[in-house]
Design a protein around this ligand. Sequence first.
Ligand SMILES: [Zn+2]
Length: 445
Amino acid sequence: MSAAAARPLAALLIAAALILSAVPARAVTLLRDADIEYALAELAAPVLRAAGLSPSQVGIIVVDDNSLNAFIIDTQNIFIHSGLILKLESPEALQAVIAHEAAHITNGHIARRLGNMRSARTAAALGAALAAATGVATGSGDALAGVMLGTQSAAMRNFLAHTRAEESSADISSIRTLVRAGIDPSGALEVQEIFRGQEALSARRQDPYMQTHPLTRDRLRALQGLVAAAGAKAADHPEADYWYARSRAKLSAFLRAPNWTLRRLDRAPSRDIALMSEAVARHRQSDLPRALKAIDAAIALRPRDPFLYDLKGEILLESRRAGPAIQVYSQARQLAPRNAQILAGLGRAQLAAGQYGAALKTLEEARGRDWRDSRVLRDLAVAYAKAGNAGMASEATAQRYALQGRLEDAGIHATRALGLLPRGSAPWRRAQDVLDAAQRAEKNR
Ligand SMILES: [Zn+2]
């Protein structure tokens, strides 16, 4: 891992420290799944392109939260709550949510907010923190820490909230974007309908989406006008329909009770999606034979689909079948060699099988492609410890705690790493960054 890659982390750490000292935080859990992220990227790509953004530079990230919300805190990530994805009922509605967030990015709303926050004396610390977190100040750009540290706090909620003027400009841009992409813009109305009637509720009873994107009767009326005027005839998008259905089915199978999922298998839009859902539900019931039967039948229908092998690997590994899991994850890797989460799964299986050398190589490759995955950092620490490299184990642990906002623990492990690693090496510098941030956090307390 290059030194350059360590820099955004340092920025994050500063942010973490400042936010922690400024507001009471509630941790936010990101829901990471290779399959779901691929599906959302497929849905987002035409929208982002039509908005003038690069699909490779804007990620769609799922927050594990039942409430309804979607928001941005920088120009590179659109966060959507799992609750909202499950609540929406068409790919066009989800694409309208993405188009709306993309409009907040392209119209500069987040940049303006960062500017305002930095100049506002009362929120100076928070503003600087968010600026650092989002890379506006540093130019490095990554923002997960800000999210991790809590979107539920009042300060964070203020930061995320858009003004009515911003809402109407985002509505106009997003309808244009959808039309340009050949997507039915009435999905935007479906989104707003969900929140209709919530204006009168107190903030505590509203969905958070109502606070990040204030809805008024005027706004809804204007949006209806825009959609009617667009009068666009949307093309069919069978691929988008498929990936939309699949991402919701997988989210639902993981989040809802297995029996709920099993009772509704015949409603799945395709046989492979039904089988995938069944595999997840059976696995969650610890019924390995039926889980394997279902996932194998799904793979028979889509033998070149890396994410079905990824799921099978996960099922095997969690059922303590590390050897077979390695085989299946290797097949997934052949089909999607650059996917960080598939690499992470393979590395985890190798670690479970006691293949520490192979696990280290695979997990470092996964970290190189996605350094924000705290599960990879935890597995790396175990693998380094097993391999007798206490310095690298401490460095990985320090980074993991830092990513989770636990800077005091991060500082302890960073100090340990600094005493063990070759002075000036890349991992030594990463540990030094963590320690600097931990000390800054201590000072701000
Ligand atoms: Zn908005």
